[in-house]
Each structure stands twice: as structure tokens, then as C-alpha cells.
Design a protein around this ligand. Structure first.
Ligand code: 5AD
Ligand code: SF4
Length: 452
């Protein structure tokens, strides 16, 4: 049974997908399919069927003719209706001669044929210790990364606009009961940062905070609308659990992405680390966000106290089975003043394996080289980029507030200079959209090779 069955019922045995020309067409089609009781799920459009980070509708083959009729009758702009059996195939021939076990070779063959891996296979990959096999795993992820998202790094800028939080997650440095300088930025201060990001050419801004009800729906909307009107930038919200209604309102206001991590797909561990949250609710929120048409960002922490390899395998499969578009995995890092302050930090190699396996399993999605992995090890960001990651989050919180947003201790303040270095070290390219003449004029040393 796929993991999906563990979380919600699915009747899709022989998957087909419907790809539409826009988000509104896709959402309208979903509404029509729902009305006709055709089981369907929103998933990231798989490689070969459309652009990365768009959304497709998955349904069962038996409804193919009905879906064709419905989309026809309603003048939906359909890009394709296709069987997922004809998934994109990868070329891993360079791996054949490498020194790996028979079991690993069998898994490589499945990856090459683009057949979904099962939990045992994911566990096998997670348990790799042998240096040669580890290198093959990383190389495989790197090949798939290149095919799916190319060599250019995707840059997102995060503004941590409030560190107030009503919750007490056991691992988090800004949990309600931790003493830290609390701050809230007002709209003008936030827009000021956005203006600077716009000048350097950033295309997507992440508005991140603790769960802070001070920022009502209206307050958030007013910030979102101004950013959209003035700068036409993509917006990611990362403000914790809100209501189903709010996700819909945010979607209509043009919010592109919503980051709400599952943190762990193990009910046992989720409930242990989240005294104020419920596992089933978090799953429901994933569904609410996805079904509102906003792209869903999830992911989690590796090396949480008592976490097992079995649970980490579930974490990875959860992202695939839940149709997550952006998947951030980072190591657990103990934060001062929290109940987990004296626990051990997550392991670098295990986290890199998770990034690599996530790329192999989820493929046509965005994977950040997380701030946490950059904080764990000076080369963490570069190594994650070489293991399948393609996205970097620039910390763009005003410098006098950064120290107060310590969700874990010794957080790396990933900035543009650090990003340029990691891009170079991992032999990748910077995005085309940055304003390089401006950046050079304010003193950034950027090698033209990195932009070509
Ligand atoms: N260690 C690692 N990651 C953490 N996060 C929060 N606290 C920690 C920690 N102690 C991550 C979580 C959260 C994101 C904002 O930061 O994944 O979703
Ligand atoms: Fe608050 Fe998020 Fe930290 Fe939990 S992880 S305490 S919700 S900021």
C-alpha cells in the first residue's frame, strides 16, 4: 500500500493526469471534477508533462472520457491528458559500472525506469554507509536535479517579520515560553525591505513569522496586496496554521506558496514535539493549502530526538504522496532555552542522504538547501546543492532584528555573498533575473561565468 493510504483514502489505481494552461483553469477543472464525483488529487506536474512548480490534477484512467468531455464542454484550456505510465525516463548509464551492491543496482534500475520506490527501498538508501554507494546516491540525485530543474539556483528572500508565537514547539527557539527579544515589523518596515529586494532583482519573497494572531487576515492581505500591486513579486507565506477559509482568501489575493512543514510524518513523534498541535490537523492543513490552489511547501527535521530511519523513510514518502511542491529538509539543531537544548544535533551525512532521496523520489519540485544545513556545517549549503537541492533562502530580515529570530542556536545568516560562494563551489549558475549591474555597483564580486 502506498503511504497515501495511511493518511487519506485514494481510489486512483491507474493514474492519469490533466494539465491545464493556468492555475485558474486548473482550479476550475478541479471544481468540475469534484462536482461529478470524480476522485482527484492535485500534484506537482511531473517532469515531461509541463513546467516545474505548476500543478496537475491526478485522476483514474476509468474517468478519462468523462474528463475529456467535461473539459471540452467547459472550454478548459487543456495542455494534456495523459497516462502517468508514460513517465519521463532518466539516463543513469554512467552508474552501471560503479561499484555497488546487487540490491542497489536493482533500485537504480527502478529509478531509471521512473517506477515509484517503496518504503523498503527508501530505507535501503537511507542506510547506505559504504563510501562508493554514498557517492552513487548523491550522483544519481544530481543527475535527476539537472534534468528536472537545471543548473540555475532559485533564490528566495525571507523576511522574518515577527518572532511572537503562541505555540510551544519543543524544538523551537522562538517558542512562547522562551525568553527572547520579541519584535513585530509593521507594513512600512516590511515594504521597505521588499523594495530593496526588488532592486536587486529578487522574484519571490517569503513572509515568515511565528504563529502570531496579531497579524489578522486583513493585515496580511494588506501587505500581500501592496507587494503584488507595486512589485508583482511572487509571495510565500510561512505564518503557521490558519483556517481553510483564510488559505482560500490568500490564494485569491495571489499568494503563490504557503510553507507549513509537517516536520515529521510520524504521528508519535509529531505529537511528542508539538504540545499545541495535532498530527491529523496538520495533515488537514496540508490538504486545505493544496486544494486552495496555493503551492504547498513542507519538509521537516532530520535527527529529532528518538526519530528512527523508518520514520524518516515515511517523511520522504509523505512529500511524494502528498503532492508537495517545495520540500525543505534540514538537520534538527538544539536551541538554547528549549526542552531539547541538550539533545544532539542532526547528522550531516544523513541529512544529505535525505535531500538526495527526496530529489530521486519527488523529482520535479523545488528543494531548498536549508538554512539549518548551512548552520550545521560551513559547507552544508554547497553539499546540499550537490545532493539534489536547487533553492536558497536569503535571510533578508533587517540586521538589527536577525539575532532575535534564533529558531535554533548559531543560525547561519545566509546572505548573498554566502550564496554566491556556494553556487560557485557547487559549480552551478546564479539566476538570470538578478540585477547584476546594480549588485556590482554596490560592491558584489560576481564572476560572469556564474551568470552565463
Ligand atoms: N532545528 C532545526 N530546524 C528547526 N526549525 C525550527 N526549529 C528548529 C530546530 N531547533 C525549522 C522547522 C521550522 C522552520 C521555520 O525551521 O522546520 O518549520
Ligand atoms: Fe512557533 Fe513555529 Fe516555533 Fe512552533 S516552530 S514555536 S509554531 S515559530
Amino acid at each position: 500500500m502506498s503511504l497515501l493510504g495511511k493518511f487519506f483514502e485514494t481510489n486512483i489505481k491507474e493514474p492519469y493526469i490533466l494539465v491545464c494552461s493556468s492555475k485558474s483553469q486548473m482550479l476550475f477543472s478541479k471544481e468540475l471534477l469534484d462536482k461529478e464525483n470524480i476522485d482527484n488529487e492535485l500534484i506537482p506536474t511531473p517532469k515531461g508533462f509541463g513546467e516545474v512548480c505548476t500543478t496537475a490534477i491526478k485522476f483514474d484512467k476509468k474517468h478519462k472520457n468523462k474528463v475529456k468531455r467535461i473539459t471540452n464542454e467547459n472550454d478548459i484550456e487543456v495542455l494534456s491528458i495523459a497516462s502517468l505510465e508514460n513517465k519521463y525516463k532518466y539516463n543513469l548509464s554512467e552508474i552501471y559500472d560503479m561499484n555497488i551492491s546487487k540490491d542497489f543496482k536493482d533500485i537504480i534500475n527502478k529509478i531509471e525506469a521512473n517506477t515509484d520506490l517503496n518504503k523498503e527501498e527508501v530505507k535501503y538508501l537511507l542506510s547506505i554507509e559504504d563510501e562508493d554507494e554514498y557517492n552513487v546516491l548523491i550522483r544519481t540525485a544530481d543527475i535527476i536535479r539537472k534534468e528536472c530543474v537545471g543548473d540555475r539556483i532559485e533564490l528566495r528572500a525571507a523576511i522574518e517579520f515577527s518572532n511572537y508565537c503562541i505555540k510551544n514547539c519543543n524544538y523551537c527557539g522562538v517558542r512562547k515560553d522562551n525568553s527572547t527579544n520579541r519584535y513585530r515589523m509593521n507594513k512600512k518596515e516590511i515594504l521597505n525591505v521588499v523594495d530593496n529586494l526588488y532592486k536587486i532583482g529578487i522574484k519571490t519573497v517569503i513572509l515568515q513569522s511565528g504563529e502570531d494572531p496579531y497579524y489578522t487576515t486583513d493585515k496580511i492581505l494588506s501587505i500581500v496586496k501592496e507587494i503584488k500591486d507595486k512589485y508583482k513579486m511572487g509571495i510565500t507565506l510561512s505564518i503557521g496554521e490558519r483556517t481553510q477559509e483564510e488559505y482560500k482568501i490568500f490564494s485569491e489575493a495571489g499568494v503563490n506558496n504557503y510553507l507549513l512543514k509537517i516536520e515529521t510524518a510520524s504521528r508519535r513523534l509529531f505529537n511528542k514535539i508539538h504540545p499545541d498541535d495535532d498530527f491529523d490537523d496538520r495533515i488537514k492543513h496540508h490538504k486545505f493549502i493544496r486544494d486552495s490552489g496555493i503551492r504547498l511547501g513542507s519538509g521537516g527535521m532530520i535527527g529529532l530526538p528518538t526519530q528512527t530511519i523508518d520514520e524518516i523513510a515515511d517523511d520522504i514518502l509523505f512529500q511524494r504522496d502528498y503532492g508537495v511542491h517545495m520540500i525543505g529538509f534540514g538537520p534538527f539543531l538544539p536551541a538554547k532555552g528549549t526542552p531539547y537544548e541538550n539533545e544532539s544535533k542532526g547528522d550531516l551525512k544523513l541529512t544529505l542522504k535525505v535531500v538526495a532521496i527526496t530529489r530521486i523520489v519527488c523529482q520535479h519540485v523545488f528543494l531548498p538547501a536549508t538554512t539549518a544545513i548551512a548552520s550545521l556545517h560551513p559547507d552544508g549549503q554547497t553539499l546540499a546543492l550537490m545532493a539534489g537541492a536547487n533553492t536558497i533562502m536569503l535571510i533578508s530580515t533587517p540586521s538589527h532584528l536577525r539575532e532575535s529570530y534564533q529558531i535554533y542556536s548559531q543560525k547561519n545568516m545566509v546572505d548573498l555573498s554566502f550564496t554566491i560562494k556556494s553556487t560557485k563551489d557547487s559549480k552551478r549558475k546564479l539566476p538570470k533575473y538578478l540585477n547584476y549591474s546594480y549588485l556590482k555597483s554596490i560592491g558584489y564580486d560576481i564572476d560572469d561565468e556564474l551568470i552565463k
